[in-house]
Design a protein around this ligand. Structure first.
Ligand code: NDP
Ligand code: 2IT
Length: 449
């Protein structure tokens, strides 16, 4: 808990106002604990209600999403967009389609997105949205009808200068394509910069699909290099998830000389001591939209285990949780530490529970928090917006080089802020403080709005 009475009061207020939003409370508490290091030096925050404004979304939109399945049955899902903070740029952040989606999850994601987007150094505010729609087992035509219905309502609330959604869990190139088509039809204008993660033929950026996973590895590599004079070369890596972030984290870690021995989906995990054959994973997940279990049937020497948490009992040097929030708890952290893990890089948003983070920090494990380590995806989304504005496109190498430089800069900004807060190497504090200072300065400059 925070020492500052001001921060305690703000935290008590959000818990009282939004009881039951446990993921949101968790994300806010971590940030306020970090701000405890600086808030006394900035009396202007309290005088101007900056932290109260910072934790309260500028706008929350919820709406009905009716759609018809292939048998003619009508389903009604709930759609959301949390427009959290636009002090430094238009709201920016992904859309998540998953049955677990609720306001608490989207508020935690939108809140973290403000700080993440600030860390990228690019002019983007924070937002998040999605639906409790489950794309699993749906036909392409069903997904298309859902996306069209979702965008029919969302289109009133977004725009290239207002709010720019992208992908997240359950939303990839297919969904972005259907949503862009519907937006273009409704608006009768080609507004490429309204969504990012688009296909290459209609305004997408090269390297955006790879960006989150690659960026995670660039950040982790810089952290290993600067804090332990080490690298990915020769290391054993465990990656949870088998989606967009996990697949490209595997690709980059492998190209940096590591061996990735385990991955998972929400049903279970595979262990391949010889190093995972990523072509097989891509075929199962990206081409066939199948289950990871199939890997063990196709690759001799590998095994499949039902259930996810056991993945963290596999010995590794580097762990990259890339599936979902709170997937790595205190017990899993202890297992990783007992097996000698040296670094953890968060590809997913808030994948480690607070007790897991504490355990890693107390054990001296290098810890790269999500809002810094996975910022490469949204940073490259902002580069997609730049290319759309210029009506131009950069080569893969140009985008990748910018992404690499952005991740290196984020590491150093977070590290330097941790030193200024007298907690050198605590990148949780460093990322929260560095991300916050820019947003707070922009909010102060713009008055009480
Ligand atoms: P995808 O939908 O492509 O993949 C998600 C993966 O995580 C799947 O393998 C999925 O398994 C697994 N997963 C999802 N929910 C659970 C669960 N409850 N338990 C176990 N496994 C689960 O999503 P992304 O790769 O895009 O996103 C992964 C994480 O990265 C999320 O936390 C997201 O917020 C974060 N992120 C994404 C960015 C992006 O650009 N896409 C940018 C920054 C962060 P299954 O298929 O069985 O559901
Ligand atoms: O969590 C995230 O940063 C994302 N899902 C990417 C958001 C974006 O706008 O590219």
């Amino acid at each position: 808990m925070m020492k500052s009475e001001y921060l305690q009061r703000v935290y008590s207020q959000i818990v009282a106002r939004d009881p039951g939003e446990k993921e949101f409370h968790q994300a806010v508490l971590e940030v306020l604990e970090s701000l405890d290091m600086i808030v006394d030096k900035h009396p202007e925050y309290e005088a101007n209600g900056i932290i109260e404004s910072f934790v309260e979304p500028e706008r929350v939109i919820t709406f009905r999403v009716p759609w018809t399945d292939d048998n003619g049955r009508v389903h009604v899902n709930r759609g959301y967009r949390v427009q959290y903070n636009s002090a430094i740029g238009p709201y920016k952040g992904g859309l998540r389609f998953h049955p677990s989606v609720n306001l608490s999850i989207l508020k935690f994601l939108g809140f973290e997105q403000i700080l993440k987007n600030s860390l990228t150094s690019l002019p983007i505010g924070g937002g998040k949205g999605g639906s409790d729609f489950d794309p699993k087992g749906k036909s392409d035509a069903e997904v298309m009808r859902f996306c069209q219905s979702f965008m029919t309502e969302l289109s009133r609330h977004i725009g290239q200068f207002l709010d720019v959604p992208a992908g997240d869990i359950g939303v990839g190139a297919r969904e972005i394509g259907y949503m862009f088509g519907q937006y273009r039809r409704i608006k009768n204008q080609y507004e490429a910069g309204v969504l990012t993660g688009k296909g290459l033929t209609y305004g997408g950026s090269l390297a955006r699909p790879q960006a989150t996973g690659y960026g995670l590895c660039y950040f982790t590599q810089e952290m290993l290099n600067c804090m332990k004079n080490d690298s990915f070369a020769g290391k054993t890596v465990v990656i949870s998830g088998a989606g967009n972030v996990a697949i490209y984290a595997n690709e980059k870690a492998t190209s940096l000389g590591a061996k990735v021995v385990a991955m998972c989906d929400s049903n279970g995990y595979i262990h391949d001591p010889n190093g995972i054959n990523l072509d097989v994973i891509k075929d199962i997940k990206l081409v066939k939209r199948g289950r990871i279990k199939e890997y063990a049937e196709r690759v001799p020497g590998s095994t499949y285990t039902e259930g996810c948490s056991g993945i963290w009992t596999i010995p590794c040097d580097i762990a990259l949780p890339c599936a979902t929030q709170n997937e790595l708890n205190g017990e899993s952290a202890k297992a990783l530490i007992a097996n000698g893990v040296m670094a953890v890089g968060e590809g997913a948003n808030m994948p480690s529970t607070p007790d897991a983070v504490k355990a890693f920090q107390e054990a001296g494990v290098l810890f790269a928090p999500a809002k810094a380590a996975n910022a490469g995806g949204v940073a490259t989304s902002a580069l997609e917006m730049s290319q759309n504005s210029m009506r131009y496109s950069w080569t893969f190498e140009e985008v990748d080089a910018k992404l690499h430089q952005i991740m290196v800069n984020i590491f150093h900004n977070a590290y330097d802020a941790s030193v200024e807060c007298e907690q050198p190497g605590n990148l949780v504090v460093g990322a929260n403080v560095a991300g916050f200072l820019k947003v707070a300065t922009a909010m102060l400059a713009q008055g009480v709005i």
